[in-house]
Design a protein around this ligand. Structure first.
Ligand code: 5AD
Length: 463
């Protein structure tokens, strides 16, 4: 790769960054473990890497937060969660907020702080960092993250567009992420394998496993077209453990089936991303349940949650506690726990079938980017509850009596008669879960964990 790689990727910030050669050397030769190093050794142990989200506006405050989490909770990786202005490319606004009131930023404005401060973050803790954001076009942020020595980057052209933006055409976000992926592949050729994590959580509201997995799989296919050979596929905990374990196991099977054989794949679980209980002990139970689900499903990494989730961005203390609760849930002491393997196998087979029905017509196309755009336009791919103009949001999910997420209405998804029949049958008896033909049943399903975890605690509804 010629030395102007970063400038061509990121015309706005590229000129202020070190040269490509220097950035590669910093990532490769620092002696610090990279995200991929941590994931590979976690895979060998069978116990997931635990990683929190974290990001505050001020630089000193961010350093203090990272150091606190590193020492108080010994995570496997840490995050640099980016603020909303930076996510949308509004670097000047982010810089102004930083000068006037950094406390108003909902994350760390990496571009405004600049790559040199980013390196201070990298050097401040023992573990590798990941940039987590939500940008439909992340080219400038990606270049800044690389220059900062950050070895993991989240996002993709579907999952970082439809849930986050109202009106960014998919063709634009997919093409911006192709550039990110091409540079990821160029780095690998220089001996620096990044973690590229694909955000399957989408809108985080009742996302059926096959919708999530179809979207991340298509992003992964597009990434491999650009030369990427290592992907993390993230899946959001729905809450029914057999279904979630099946979905996590399906990730490996789908990637074996649809990605080039030399692709390395890490399944990642996002602990429940929907509405959390306000009761902090009940929230702890859900945090625990999520981490345990990740371990039983063979996730290489779990993105943790906290007891503060229902109340907003977590305090540093709550964040550390979420990591500790997750460490407890993934401890060898609980290795005796066994699930109903026959039930998981059946769920897995159906997930594979549903994903095949969604993605195979698109994979057959010569121009897969165009096929994905056309599928979202027609509703043949869809994201429930998406506010984007670029998805139909015609799919309506609902929970079955056991809490698993099914298709109440498939919208325009091209499912076979047998898939539709199974979903219909599973939802036929909702056993008092509310009438899904009116909105109260859907709201009850969305609030599945919000008010119904039976943990007795004197702390209810305090703050
Ligand atoms: N620090 C910690 N967590 C964050 N989240 C969003 N921004 C931050 C931040 N700056 C979390 C939310 C929610 C998820 C979407 O991301 O609390 O759990």
């Amino acid at each position: 790769m010629p030395d102007d790689t970063l400038l061509r990727l990121a015309p706005r910030v590229g000129a202020s960054l070190p040269s490509w050669r220097e950035v590669v050397a910093y990532l490769r030769d620092s002696g610090r473990p990279t995200a991929i190093d941590v994931l590979r050794s976690a895979r060998a142990t069978g116990r997931p890497v635990l990683q929190p989200r974290c990001g505050v506006g001020g630089h000193e405050e961010m350093l203090a937060l990272l150091r606190h989490l590193d020492t108080a909770a010994a995570p496997g990786m840490l995050s640099v969660t980016i603020d909303s202005h930076t996510r949308l490319g509004h670097f000047v606004t982010a810089a102004r907020e930083l000068r006037t009131d950094p406390g108003r930023l909902n994350g760390y404005p990496l571009v405004a702080h600049g790559w040199a401060r980013g390196r201070e973050l990298t050097e401040s803790v023992r573990v590798p960092l990941e940039v987590r954001h939500g940008s439909p076009d992340a080219r400038e942020l990606f270049a800044s993250a690389l220059a900062a020595g950050i070895s993991s980057f989240e996002g993709g052209g579907i999952g970082y567009n439809l849930p986050y933006s109202k009106d960014v055409p998919l063709a634009e976000s997919l093409s911006a992420w192709q550039r990110v992926d091409a540079v990821t592949a160029a780095l690998a050729a220089e001996g620096v394998v990044l973690e590229r994590e694909l955000f399957g959580t989408l809108t985080a509201v009742l996302v059926p496993p096959s919708v999530s997995l179809a979207c991340t799989l298509l992003e992964a296919v597009l990434a491999t077209e650009q030369g990427v050979r290592s992907v993390s596929i993230a899946y959001p905990q729905g809450g029914e453990i057999h279904q979630d374990v099946a979905a996590l196991r399906a990730i490996t099977l789908l990637c074996e089936r649809y990605l080039p054989q030399d692709t390395e794949v890490f399944p990642v679980l996002h602990v429940f991303m929907g509405v959390f209980p306000r009761d902090r002990a009940a929230a702890d139970a859900l945090v625990f349940h999520g981490a345990l689900t990740g371990r039983l499903g063979g996730a290489t990494k779990v993105i943790t949650k906290t007891r503060d989730e229902a109340w907003g961005i977590p305090s540093a203390e709550a964040n550390a506690l979420g990591l500790i609760t997750s460490a407890v849930a993934t401890s060898p002491l609980l290795d005796f726990i066994r699930l109903d393997e026959a039930r998981i196998a059946e769920e897995t087979a159906w997930i594979l079938t549903e994903v095949a029905e969604l993605v195979e017509p698109l994979l057959a196309a010569r121009d897969r980017v165009a096929a994905v755009c056309a599928a979202f336009a027609s509703g043949a791919l869809d994201v429930p509850f998406s506010a984007s103009r670029n998805a139909r949001a015609a799919v309506l999910p609902a929970r079955d009596p056991g809490g698993a997420i099914r298709y109440l209405s498939p919208g325009g998804l091209p499912f076979s008669a047998s898939t539709l029949r199974r979903n219909r049958e599973l939802l036929a008896d909702r056993a008092g879960r509310g009438d899904v033909t009116d909105v109260t049943g859907v709201v009850a399903d969305i609030n599945h964990f919000a008010d119904a975890i039976p943990v007795r605690t004197p702390e209810v509804s305090q703050r």
